[in-house]
Design a protein around this ligand. Structure first.
Ligand code: ZN
Length: 266
């Protein structure tokens, strides 16, 4: 079955991963801008990173027949440095015209600090002024609910935000309704052992249904599985879900969300 991984950081993965992903049916991916495993010191470092996301990685993915899209921002972990964040936000508009850019992301909160909230809102302002899609990271720490609540409040306070143009990622049992009930799309991130495993994710899908839900591996520098989406496909098949329902979650939903992007040409 063909699938899309709408959240994977290929800069941190090997060519072997690309090979295995295409063997498993991966047709397309999107790579949100994120933390590099260390805090970058200059805006120039981010300019090079944006070139990687918009020029280098799409070419690498194409060698394996996989379409590569991306999202641009300075992530929440580095947003504590407000001055640097503002310099990086100024760099973003010139890259938005690149053909593989889907929007602004993954913006969000990490430790739910005031500085993170300030930079989140400044990214959101840029996204509204340029009419871009938005991809949102919610915190992994014990205050995921509080962080998600703060994010939903900031989104709802900005009257320009259209919920169907926003995806709230890393949802779990206690935050999935917050995203869906307010009209947002949501992403479930599958982890090999901790947090949301493929079977927990299948439970959540059985709870809320497939509408406006997508799943991803969030593969990165840490312990993660670039084949997490095929693992969920397997789990859903084992439980007797139809090909149509599975295909909706792992392929048609992310595509429907992406198709709203300004640069979309298919
Ligand atoms: Zn990520």
């Amino acid at each position: 079955m063909n699938y899309i991984d709408p959240h994977i950081h290929m800069i941190s993965r090997t060519t072997d991963d690309y090979q295995r992903m295409v063997f498993a049916g991966c047709a397309a991916i999107s790579e949100p801008a994120f933390w590099a495993g260390f805090d970058r010191g200059t805006a120039g470092g981010f300019r090079d990173y944006f070139r990687h996301l918009t020029e280098v990685e799409p070419r690498r993915a194409a060698l394996y027949g996989i379409k590569h899209y991306c999202w641009l921002c300075i992530n929440a972990k580095e947003a504590e440095n407000v001055a640097l964040s503002r310099e990086v936000i100024k760099l973003i508009p010139e890259f938005l015209k690149m053909s593989n850019v889907l929007g602004i992301g993954e913006i969000g909160l990490n430790k739910n600090t005031a500085n993170e909230a300030t930079i989140f809102q400044e990214h959101l302002d840029l996204a509204m002024k340029t009419d871009e899609l938005v991809l949102i990271h919610t915190p992994h720490l014990e205050d995921k609910y509080k962080g998600t609540r703060m994010i939903v409040d900031m989104l709802r306070n900005d009257k320009r935000v259209k919920p169907h143009r926003v995806c709230i990622d890393h949802v779990e049992e206690h935050t999935v309704r917050l995203a869906l009930d307010h009209g947002f799309w949501c992403g479930m991130t599958l982890y090999p052992i901790t947090k949301c495993t493929p079977s927990r994710s299948a439970d959540i899908l059985e709870m809320v249904g497939p509408e406006r839900v997508m799943v991803n591996s969030a593969g990165d520098w840490g312990h993660s599985d670039p084949l997490a989406v095929p693992a969920l496909i397997q789990e859903m098949k084992r439980r007797g879900h139809s090909e149509d329902t599975i295909g909706r979650v792992v392929y048609r939903n992310p595509l429907e969300f992406w198709k709203q992007s300004n640069n979309w040409r298919g």
